[in-house]
Design a protein around this ligand. Structure first.
Ligand code: ASP
Length: 325
């Protein structure tokens, strides 16, 4: 089944709520088709329709696994999925045909790790966690990150699939670069988890923009841009055109707005407004997803079409975000 097709749809506040059919299969007939979403934890949220990833993270949280480990394991589902052309194995290459992955993690103690432009390693979120836990550094990039991964026992594989190679060769025929709103060019997985101890952690993992210039790094592995967590306040993740997120230090901004007393929803909206204000050319997408310490969730994007996957009480739901346009 196409990962973007869903059978059940209803409304939740201002946004639409979609229930993934696969995950409804085990729901007893007496359970409402669309459960109410309440505050609280454990919970796992992730950008886009990464249903399986949030479900895996959520099930881990139920087993009392800590928020960061749960999130890394959830994100690993997408990293290993070769049909996801924006994360991990099967991710779209840069213009030169190289698949280079970016990821970062941040835990409840404010520690973080990041890897940038890594080739041949699938599970870069786990690698970023290893950078955080096993090195004196926060960021490793390129060949150094790859070497560290090999030392840690990660498998070396060719991340370019036959399909990615074919699409890249087709793209080379035209070679014009323009981000396409909500098309396969986006889908970075950003995930935030709150565990049973009410600790918040987050992960972001991506192959970056399809056909980016060689060496280009987006927001996703940059702490404060693609991801930020403050365990006393909340966490935020970003997806979309990384250059625009970096300019406003987007995820940090969202968390700081929550600190100032705004709800996660208001904070995401204000951070998007910061990008949109005074701009005429808005033919790109940026979206934020955030959660506060209580488990209240916010999501907002420039253009419609952004969705997120919410794991809560055994089920994962896909929820449509509100947007400026
Ligand atoms: N934010 C990612 C980047 O700029 C791409 C995306 O989310 O689609 O690399």
């Amino acid at each position: 089944m196409d990962r973007r097709h869903f059978v059940t749809s209803t409304t939740l506040g201002g946004g639409s709520l979609l229930v993934h059919p696969h995950l409804l299969a085990n729901v007893s007939p007496t359970t409402k088709q669309v459960p109410s979403i309440e505050n609280g934890f454990p919970l796992a949220i992730s950008t886009w329709n990464n249903i399986e990833a949030s479900q895996v993270a959520g099930e881990n949280l139920e087993k009392n696994i800590d928020a960061l480990t749960a999130a890394v394991q959830g994100v690993a589902v997408e990293e290993a999925d070769k049909t996801n052309r924006t994360v991990g194995y099967g991710g779209a290459p840069d213009r030169s045909g190289k698949v280079t992955l970016d990821a970062c993690v941040m835990n409840a103690r404010g520690n973080c790790g990041s890897v940038m432009a890594v080739e041949n390693i699938v599970h870069v979120a786990a690698l970023a966690k290893d950078v955080m836990e096993k090195t004196p550094h926060v960021i490793l990039s390129g060949n150094g990150a790859r070497k560290f991964a090999i030392q840690q026992g990660y498998k070396v594989i060719d991340l370019l699939t036959d399909q990615s190679r074919r699409l890249w060769l087709e793209w080379l025929q035209k070679e014009h670069y323009k981000p396409v709103i909500n098309a396969g060019h986006h889908d970075t997985i950003g995930m935030l988890c709150i565990d049973k101890s009410n600790d918040i952690s987050g992960v972001c993992s991506t192959s970056g923009l399809a056909y980016k210039m060689e060496g280009r790094i987006g927001d996703s592995p940059i702490i404060g841009s693609g991801l930020f967590v403050d365990n006393e306040i909340g966490g935020a993740v970003a997806t979309g055109l990384g250059e625009e997120v970096i300019k406003t230090v987007g995820s940090f901004l969202v968390v700081e707005l929550i600190r100032q007393g705004f709800s996660p929803q208001e904070s995401c909206q204000k951070a998007i407004e910061r990008i949109v204000k005074g701009r005429k050319n808005l033919d790109f997408q940026v979206a934020y997803l955030a959660v506060n310490k209580k488990g209240d969730i916010g999501a907002y994007s420039i253009h419609k079409g952004f969705t997120y996957a919410l794991y809560k009480k055994g089920q994962t739901l896909e929820i449509q975000s509100n947007s400026v346009y």
